[in-house]
Design a protein around this ligand. Structure first.
Ligand SMILES: [Zn+2]
Ligand SMILES: [Zn+2]
Length: 219
């Protein structure tokens, strides 16, 4: 790309000149894989249906999968992607997800909508861009199916219980939702946001919601 010649890139994780994510830093990202919790995708010592993190919790999605652990490197990567809106990073994220997560059986992708203020501030919704890049790879259409109630406090800095309370009822279905649907978001932290979004998708008619995120907090 011509732009590469005009504006030399720096790795968003380590700052070295070259690719937007250098080979070493890409290799250093902690891939999530089996064994894991079948339901929430948390890494476990052996395959389980439910794990300590999700057992006893009412969760509106059937399963959640992610490509990498949300560690310090992943935080730097996601931070740069969100704040600077580099399209290239959404592509990098989608590529890592496509390598780690099996192509879903659903026919449609949707995404967690951005908060209005955040959208104005950033000019883009990372979850939407990731969904678009994944849709291109999996050859599945991306349909916006959710709206977000304005004026909620950001989830950042809240405890688990506060996150669940804060985000409850934050989403509403807009339009009719297919039977099975893949819900895309950038990061899975407590699962509260995607669960609230999945609740809205089910109100809109979905019977099964599968969540796919780029990164996932590992406790
Ligand atoms: Zn690097
Ligand atoms: Zn679990």
């Amino acid at each position: 790309m011509l732009l590469d010649l005009v504006f030399p890139r720096r790795c968003v994780v380590c700052g070295s000149n070259g690719a937007v994510l250098c080979f070493d830093c890409e290799q250093g990202l902690e891939r999530l894989g089996k064994p894991m919790c079948e339901r929430c995708g948390a890494p476990t010592a052996w395959p389980v249906e439910r794990c300590r993190e999700c057992a006893g919790r009412r969760i509106a999605f059937a399963r959640a999968r992610a490509a990498i652990a949300y560690d310090a490197s992943a935080k730097r990567l996601v931070g740069a992607w969100k704040e600077r809106g580099q399209r290239k990073l959404a592509e990098v994220a989608a590529e890592l997800v496509a390598r780690a997560v099996e192509r879903p059986s659903a026919y449609t992708l949707t995404f967690v909508p951005a908060d209005e203020n955040r959208l104005l501030e950033r000019g883009h919704n990372p979850a939407e861009r990731l969904a678009a890049a994944l849709g291109a790879r999996w050859q599945l259409p991306v349909v916006p199916l959710l709206s977000r109630a304005p004026g909620r406090a950001p989830q950042k800095g809240l405890t688990l219980a506060e996150r669940r309370r804060n985000v409850r009822g934050a989403f509403a279905p807009s339009g009719s939702v297919p039977n099975t649907i893949v819900l895309v978001d950038d990061v899975y932290t407590s699962g509260a946001t995607v669960s609230a979004a999945a609740t809205a998708l089910r109100k809109g008619g979905a019977r099964r919601v599968e969540v796919v995120t780029f990164a996932r907090a590992v406790r």
